[in-house]
Write a protein that binds this ligand. Structure first.
Ligand SMILES: Nc1ncnc2c1ncn2[C@@H]1O[C@H](COP(=O)(O)OP(=O)(O)OP(=O)(O)O)[C@@H](O)[C@H]1O
Ligand SMILES: [Mg+2]
Length: 355
């Protein structure tokens, strides 16, 4: 197990014309669960391949527990990597596939049997052990592929690159739970790549959001939800995304007429784009008890069963979405009170959160 540190790491696939990963410093703490989240092409796989050693970064150093491993190969780093599509030996049985990484490393038979039985039990593969792997369905093949990473209890980290893509949605939940159980049992650092925010938010203690080869924010799922560092994270996390309302500066006062918001603000450069951000979940419909209150017109209501999304327009024409538990009864054109508590409102200056 290891603390993994990236020091000024950057990567370009084309000799420096474009950076798939821009220079960054970051630490993956030992024993934690991480999700790496971001749109296609933002550099998630590049980051994982640099950690595992499949890719040598064009700049910077990689340290495992303070030891420089930038020049060591994948074997020297002792990292298990699970890919989007299963990598298995189709001529071997399930049991042989699971045992393979341990056989290669010369583990004694009784130890191999113990670990293989344990992982097979965890993944629900115990009754398939003698089956040839080629006869498994795609999701079972992926389970075996994951199992091959998990039998190695002594790995520095397990890196999973969108491993659940081929897995049945109902099973995804169960698998994430099992991965967390394995993390708790063996204390192995896990980095889980996904572009599914629900997967990231339910799996990880810490979520790292990337865009265009840069880290936009890292923090607990709650941090990302409650205090997005920038408007990108506010849009990317949450469904519907965070509300962002344009506001303007009048002297030292920030004004958003539609929301009935006037408040002093400091340290803002002239001509900056100012926005107020708040989550649909934090909108108080009727406005009672909220610090900032106004009236809004219902545009439409989407009742989604357990919750409802209400689209409203403010007097200045800006749109706000509210999310409420249960069924919401209102008709288009109706006027309602709308409010936000000060603690749930963030101010953004040129896309970055103030304060
Ligand atoms: N082998 C390669 N050669 C050249 N460019 C590459 C290579 N692999 C990735 N890239 C480019 O580097 C950037 C980051 O790619 P990367 O595969 O790391 O993204 P990703 O976040 O994993 O995307 P996805 O969600 O689609 O898997 C992209 O612009 C991609 O086109
Ligand atoms: Mg990828």
């Amino acid at each position: 197990m290891a603390r993994i540190e990236l020091v000024n790491v950057a990567h370009s696939y084309d000799g420096g014309k474009e950076y798939a990963l821009k220079p960054l410093n970051m630490v993956w703490e030992d024993g934690r669960t991480y999700a790496l989240l971001g749109p296609s092409g933002c550099g998630k796989t590049t980051m994982l391949n640099i950690i595992s050693g499949l890719l040598k970064p064009s700049e910077g150093r990689l340290l495992f527990d303070g030891v420089d491993v930038t020049d060591s190969n994948t074997a020297g780093r002792n990292i298990a990597q699970v890919f989007q599509f299963p990598v298995i030996y189709s001529t071997m049985t399930v049991a042989q596939n699971l045992a393979f990484p341990l056989v290669c490393r010369g583990y004694p038979d009784h130890e191999i049997r113990r670990r293989v039985d344990n992982v097979a039990g965890l993944l629900g593969l115990s009754d398939k052990m003698q089956m040839p792997a080629r006869r498994l369905t795609a999701d079972l093949k992926q389970l075996v592929s994951m199992g091959r990473g998990l039998v190695r209890e002594d790995v520095s980290a397990i890196l999973l690159d969108e491993p659940l893509t081929v897995i049945d949605p109902q099973m995804k939940f169960e698998l994430r739970r099992k991965l967390k159980q394995i993390n708790r049992e063996f204390g192995i650092t896990m980095v889980f790549v996904t572009h599914d925010q629900n997967e990231a938010m339910t799996f990880a203690e810490e979520v790292v959001v990337m865009k265009d080869g840069e880290i936009m924010q890292r923090g607990s799922p709650q941090d990302l939800f409650e205090r997005p560092d920038n408007t990108f994270v506010g849009y990317f996390i949450g469904s519907p995304p965070m509300n962002f309302l344009d506001a303007r500066l009048e002297g030292g006062t920030l004004v958003c007429e539609g929301l009935g918001y006037h408040a002093p603000v400091q340290g803002v450069p002239a001509g900056a784009r100012m926005q107020l951000g708040f989550r649909p979940e934090f909108v108080v419909l009727d406005g009672n008890g909220a610090d900032i209150r106004t009236r809004a017109r219902v545009e439409h209501v989407d009742n989604l069963g357990v919750e409802a999304v209400i689209t409203l327009s403010l007097s200045d024409g800006q749109i706000v979405r509210a999310k409420q538990q249960g069924r919401f009864r209102a008709i288009a054109g109706e006027n309602l009170g709308l409010g936000v508590r000060a603690e749930n409102l963030q101010i953004y200056c040129n896309g970055q959160r103030l304060g």
